[in-house]
Ligand binder design. Structure first.
Ligand SMILES: Cc1cc2nc3c(=O)[nH]c(=O)nc-3n(C[C@H](O)[C@H](O)[C@H](O)COP(=O)(O)OP(=O)(O)OC[C@H]3O[C@@H](n4cnc5c(N)ncnc54)[C@H](O)[C@@H]3O)c2cc1C
Length: 359
């Protein structure tokens, strides 16, 4: 191998690993930098995903923890509407999912754990990537380093400023195992969720811009009670909104780093995986043509993923704004009277995509 990598990928999360696998399969020299000492160890996720997860990631069905048939949307007055999913919805083991993607990436790329990206410099057409350990030379950088992307900051790419903190515990109680619950308006910015693993345990969480722990405590008291038994606790950032530009010279962002996240639900796995394929295709073109400038990357990456996801994301932004701004009594009235539009709501795709494809 020569001493210039084709691409340095920052972040061995699911999207960085999938992108590495797709690029490595095309005989490119790929190195993935991961600041943690293990893949998947610190992932924060509820693991609620649509049927697209298998086509877009190609992971095995071993990651499935539970299958979901229905979703209940609650008002603050505890009234709800129950919708049946027309396509399968899964609760997955995020740790296993990340590890499987990590194993696949390892076959086609070099993964460096405990290695943090710090900065980069472009010198002629070589990019020098500074890590906590060494300088690595490459032609391009893919920032797959999550919602607080340092690659984005170093590349002076502005990220959408809608940043939420999500917290979740897996709590013991009685649940309907095939039904998820979305309790609307439990924080000023987001809903609270109850995602069962089975009849006994559910992943319960909430997101908010500020004071998330208080909203979480209040919601758990309403839904479960004061005394709880839990086995798992996570917290993490969710950044939503449409990024103006996901590229810079020699740099592209993918996954949460580019806010490729469903604005209503905060789910980022499906959109991120769709974009990992588009990112890989764009990088292959760049390397072949030796063109790494932001104009070329914008045309072949930013524009392409937005053709697929701009409107689904825009609809998600509208939906979350509509619900957040709706006064509680009106939302309650809407939920109580929404049986008329139930068939229409049941036809809505969970990922707000207009076709059934995973790419
Ligand atoms: C509470 C919560 C619940 C969620 N629930 C769902 C859900 O039900 N369904 C769903 O689809 N999505 C969900 N999400 C979102 C989902 O977790 C993300 O969309 C997904 O993890 C994005 O993957 P990624 O690879 O882009 O980024 P990440 O998973 O954030 O991976 C980024 C990687 O980059 C590494 N990294 C960061 N900085 C550096 C650096 N400087 N140098 C080297 N490495 C670095 C990190 O250690 C990490 O491994 C949830 C998120 C939260 C917070």
């Amino acid at each position: 191998m020569n001493n210039i990598y084709d691409i340095v990928i920052v972040g061995a999360g699911p999207i960085g690993c999938k992108t590495a696998e797709l690029l490595g399969k095309n005989n490119l020299d790929i190195i993935v930098l991961e600041k943690n000492n293990e893949i998947g160890k610190y992932s924060t996720c509820t693991g609620l995903v649509s049927h697209r997860i298998f086509d877009s990631s190609r992971v095995s069905k071993k990651i499935v923890v539970n299958r979901i048939q229905k979703a209940r949307f609650y008002s603050t007055k505890n009234n709800f509407i129950e919708l049946k999913h027309k396509t399968p919805v899964y609760v997955i083991d995020r740790n296993k999912f990340d590890k499987e993607l990590g194993e696949k990436a390892k076959k086609y790329s070099k993964i460096k754990l405990s290695t943090s990206f710090e900065d980069y410099m472009i010198d002629e057409n070589t990019v020098r990537v500074k890590t906590n350990k060494e300088i690595i030379k490459t032609k391009m950088i893919i920032g797959a380093d999550g919602p607080n992307s340092l690659v984005a900051r170093r590349a002076k790419i502005n990220l959408p400023d809608n940043l939420l903190v999500g917290v979740q515990q897996t709590i013991k109680s009685d649940y309907i195992s095939d039904t998820v619950e979305l309790w609307l308006k439990q924080s000023p910015d987001f809903f609270a969720w109850v995602v069962p693993e089975n009849e006994e345990w559910a992943r319960i969480g909430i997101a908010a811009k500020n004071n998330v722990s208080e909203y979480f405590k209040k919601f758990v008291e309403i839904r479960i009670g004061k005394k709880i038994k839990y086995k798992n606790q996570i917290s993490g950032l969710i950044r939503t909104g449409i990024i103006e530009n996901s590229v810079a010279d020699n740099v592209i962002l993918v996954g949460d780093a580019a806010s490729q996240v469903k604005p209503f639900s905060g789910g980022g796995l499906i959109y991120g995986l769709i974009c990992s394929k588009i990112a890989a295709d764009a990088c292959i073109k760049s390397i072949k043509k030796k063109k790494y400038d932001s104009l070329f990357l914008k045309e072949n990456y930013d524009k392409v993923w937005k053709e697929k996801l701009y409107w689904p994301m825009k609809k998600g932004v509208w939906l979350s704004k509509f619900i957040n701004n709706l006064p509680e009594p009106i939302l309650d009235f809407f939920i109580r009277s929404s049986n008329i539009i139930k068939p229409f709501l049941e036809d809505l795709d969970m990922d707000l995509l207009s076709d059934n494809s995973s790419y």
